[in-house]
Design a protein around this ligand. Structure first.
Ligand code: ZN
Ligand code: ZN
Length: 219
């Protein structure tokens, strides 16, 4: 008896030992040689792992996009349910939220009280970020402006509740610089709001202001 068998796949005659056992076949051996089986498995795995990976990540991405889209849509269509859910959450976690607020609020309040200059600087920066303006107006710059205007509101002369005003307003994209900073009282600052200096001051006052700030106009 010749101890060889022809592999159905590679058509090579190989020793019995080169075939895996296969109980249900006539000779008790697999029809493909071990080598062909291994090769075939390798190819299949490679093909399928790439496929599964690609398919899986694509599906996951699509799925999560769909989910968040659905979530957004649902939240938009069900505002009272959203409110109810968040209210339920707040009610269920009252103590936790209270505790959290107390600890962070207390710390923040204390810090704000101790660092008024920094608070002003941060809030200016925050406003500047909103309109995408880069501001590097420092505490030293603020002191410069206060001295430049002799600690008086440039508009009304008040010496109380003074603040730094963006002469050309931040909302129109002007950053705070030494040449764009005017000392105003809260009231005047409020009524100036986001007007351009020419819209707020009289021509004479505007001219004087430009002189103080060292602005030279091209004529
Ligand atoms: Zn083979
Ligand atoms: Zn004023």
């Amino acid at each position: 008896m010749r101890a060889v068998k022809r592999c159905v796949k590679c058509k090579i005659n190989k020793k019995f030992s080169e075939f895996s056992k296969h109980r249900r076949s006539k000779d008790g051996l697999a029809s493909w040689c071990k080598e062909c089986v291994i090769e075939c498995c390798r190819k299949w795995r490679k093909l399928n792992s790439e496929k599964t990976k690609e398919y899986g990540s694509k599906q996951r991405r699509l799925h999560s996009e769909k989910l968040s889209e659905q979530n957004r849509k649902w939240r938009k269509e069900n505002p009272e349910k959203v409110r109810e859910i968040s209210k339920r959450y707040r009610d269920a976690n009252k103590e936790k939220i209270k505790e959290l607020n107390k600890s962070s609020e207390g710390g923040i309040k204390k810090w704000r009280k101790e660092n008024p200059e920094k608070v002003r600087e941060y809030s200016r920066r925050r406003r500047a970020q909103k309109v995408a303006v880069e501001e590097n107006y420092s505490e030293a710059d603020e002191n410069y402006t206060r001295q430049l205007f002799q600690n008086c509101c440039y508009n009304c002369g008040s010496t109380e509740k003074l603040c730094i005003d963006h002469s050309n307003p931040l909302s129109k994209g002007f950053a705070l610089t030494r040449k764009n900073a005017v000392l105003l009282c809260w009231e005047c600052n409020g009524s100036k709001h986001d007007k351009m200096p020419a819209e707020f001051y009289s021509p004479a006052k505007l001219k004087k202001l430009e002189k103080i700030l060292g602005i030279t106009r091209k004529r």
